[in-house]
Design a protein around this ligand. Sequence first.
Ligand SMILES: *Cc1c(COP(=O)(O)O)cnc(C)c1O
Ligand code: SF4
Length: 444
Amino acid sequence: MLETAILDGEADPPDAGAAAREGGAEPEEPPSPEVPPLLPDPHFPDAPEPLARFLSRHFPGATQREWNDWRWQIANRIADAETAARLWRLSDDERAALARPRATLPLAVTPYYARLVDPCDPAQPLRRTVLPATAEDLRAPGEADDPLAEDACSPVPGLVHRYPNRVLFLATGFCSTYCRYCTRSRQVGAACAATTRGGAAAGPEGLRRRWQACLDYIARTPQVADVLLSGGDPLTLPDAALDWLLTRLRAIRHVEIVRIGTKVPAVLPMRVTKHLARMLKKHHPLWMSLHFAHPRELTADTRQACAILADAGIPLGSQTVLLAGVNDTPQALGGLFQGLLSLRVRPYYLYQCDPISGSAHFRTPVARGVEILRALRGRLSGYAMPTFVIDAPGGGGKIPLAPEYTLGYSGDDLVLHNYAGGLYRYPDRAGAALAARPRTGGAA
Ligand SMILES: *Cc1c(COP(=O)(O)O)cnc(C)c1O
Ligand code: SF4
């Protein structure tokens, strides 16, 4: 249903001739839409198995009430090879990957998300994001465990201070479901279980000492106006622990906004309770970035979780990693971005996949992201268009990449092409004069 609104056939290019007549330009050639029609994604939407049947097959005895309890979901995660083999018909590669003696990133999938995973098709997008592959063991040239050099700009453990006015606060190393392409795989899951584990199983006590060091740094660093709580997934912390942390952050005068980055609405939507929303609401201005990978994740439960957060007045943005064979088509990303708008989530960033060790099978050519945005521009609401960024290896921060729509000057006119390939001229005499001025090297 989400896709029909936007994937309904090819949008006709506007009458470029008429537009040109009004604008006084003469198109050099007839508009040639280079963009293929957006066809429905064959993987979406396929209804998951009815809940009652899924429960009786895989969690006999469990009630729907338990199912809707996020702590039950975390306690019953699919986290070992035998359980995985019972839920899914594993491919040889998945089986081999699950049998590896020590993988950096553990397997963990909430039963909720496991139900959305295709039991038979190893190529299903959601399945590829959570089930390991042996390709994770290959280290391709240019890959690193910490490609963003986060450790190098970490003044205290668990805090990354890269931009002048904002910090990334790694509140926990725990996630309810681990993404195989995780940029912080060196810090999440087993890698940090001993020090930062903060899921339902562990109380907040162990974390507080580390948190306090981060809070102290923020308190003595007045230029920090924006704190981004990330991880791991901060929403896997109990309400009381999160409330404690947000209260301490809010007590720091110069902290203007707090943001929470989470994948919970996609993988554990029952975590978003009315109680959580009431607690979060006390800490405004609070923003949230929600991690989504594919339109298949936009279920009724996810819709409800987003509604609760939006109704609490929390502005919602999304973050998506561009992944080969998962969402690297205009159909998948178009369906996701437009679908998110109907959930009141504003697509924020589309990330080029970081060159984390063992990620080559997920990485697309950089041009792919630019092409997809070009294909979507003009077909989706402007609000549905995220910024495509590369998080620069070595710690340069996020660098935006956008399709190019200008072709240069012709006389006094800037020549542009629109989303459908039509050529247009914008009278820009002053700009043409600036562009024509010879550059004198040196002083700008
Ligand atoms: C992404 C990121 C931020 C936040 O960046 P915005 O562009 O403001 O969303 C802050 N610190 C680090 C280290 C980051 O990677
Ligand atoms: S939710 Fe984020 S931190 Fe957790 S595994 Fe996925 S990408 Fe990594």
